[in-house]
Design a binder for this molecule. Sequence first.
Ligand SMILES: NC(=O)c1ccc[n+]([C@@H]2O[C@H](COP(=O)([O-])OP(=O)(O)OC[C@H]3O[C@@H](n4cnc5c(N)ncnc54)[C@H](O)[C@@H]3O)[C@@H](O)[C@H]2O)c1
Ligand SMILES: Cc1ncc(C=O)c(C(=O)O)c1O
Length: 310
Amino acid sequence: MNVPGICAVIGSGTMGPGIAALLARHGADVRLNDISREALDRAESACTAAAGALDQLGTPVTEGGSVSFELDAAAALDSAELVIEAVPEEIGLKRRVLEQIEAAVGTDVVIATNTSGIPISDMAAAMEHPQRLIGMHWSNPPHLIPMIEVIRGERTDSAVETATVAIVEALGYKAVMEKEVPGFVENRVLYAIMRECLSLLEQGVATQEDIDTCVKWGIGYKLAVIGPMRLLDMAGLDIYSSVSGYLNPDLSDEKGISPMVTKLTEQNRLGMKTGDGMYPYAEGEVAAKRTDILRGLVTVRKALSEITPV
Ligand SMILES: NC(=O)c1ccc[n+]([C@@H]2O[C@H](COP(=O)([O-])OP(=O)(O)OC[C@H]3O[C@@H](n4cnc5c(N)ncnc54)[C@H](O)[C@@H]3O)[C@@H](O)[C@H]2O)c1
Ligand SMILES: Cc1ncc(C=O)c(C(=O)O)c1O
C-alpha cells in the first residue's frame, strides 16, 4: 500500500501543515483546507519549515508530491482518496465537519480524524457511513514523531483499519492499534504526567525549570530507550509493588483542570501562541525555542533510530 495519490487535510493550524508536508513528502497531492485565510498563509511557511526538518532527518522525497492551500473545502475534497480532519477538539464542530466531508467524497474514501481523544464512535454517530471513520492520532509535531495511534470506532470497517495502518507504515511510521477509550494511550499517559507535574508546581515542590529537567533527563531520556513496560522488568515488579503501595494513594487525583492552568487561560496566557504561559517569552524567543525544539527532535530521532528502528 502506498500513500494515497490525493489527500485532503481539513484544518490548518498546529497539526495540519506538518501532516500535509509529510504526505506530500511521500508523493501525495495534498490539499490543505481551512476557514481562515490567515491560517492558510501561516501554513505555507509551516509546511516549508516541516520540509526543512525532513531534509535534516534525511527523509527521502517521493517525486510528484505537493501541498496546495484551499479556502474552498469542496475544492480541497474533490477526488480525495484520504481525508484527515484536524479542526479544533470540539465534538460538535467535528461532527459538522465530518458531515461536510461525507457529502463531498465517495463512500469508499477513508475519513480519518486527528482527535486527541474523543471516542471515534461518538464522532461517527452523526455520520451516514460511520464505517469509514477511523482515528488517526498524530503526535505533535506530526512530521517528526513517527508513531500514529489508529483507533476503530464501534462501526469502523476492519478494511478501513487495515488500509489506515498500511498508510501509516507507508509513511515510515509505527502504527499503534488501540481500543477507543478517551485519550487513547498516548494522551492518557501524557495527561497523567502533566497532571502530576502541575500538581507539584502548584504545591511549590519544584519550579517549572526543575520539573522539566527532572522529567526530560530522569524519565523522557530513559523511556525513549526502554519503554515503561520494559522498565518495570528492569526495575523489578517487587520494587514497583513496594513503591506504588505508598505512592499511588499520594499521587494527584485532580478530576478537574489545574487551577494554575485555569488562571493562566483566563488571562489569555496560553504559552508560545500568546508569548506567555508556563514560561514568559521575550521578543523573538518563541521562534528560537521552536527552532531549538525541532533541531533537538531531529537529533534525538536520528540517534534513537540507530538503536530502535522506527
Ligand atoms: N496541538 C496538538 O499538540 C495536537 C496533537 C495531536 C492532535 N491534536 C488534535 O488535532 C486537532 C487539531 O488540533 P490543532 O492543535 O491543529 O488545532 P488548531 O486550533 O491549532 O487548528 C485548527 C484549525 O482548524 C481551523 N478550522 C476551524 N473550523 C474549521 C472548519 N470548519 N473547516 C476547516 N478548518 C477549520 C481553524 O481555523 C484552525 O486553523 C484537534 O482535534 C486536536 O486535539 C492536536
Ligand atoms: C498538551 C498536548 N495535548 C494533546 C496532544 C496530542 O493530542 C499533545 C501532543 O501531541 O504533544 C500535547 O502536547
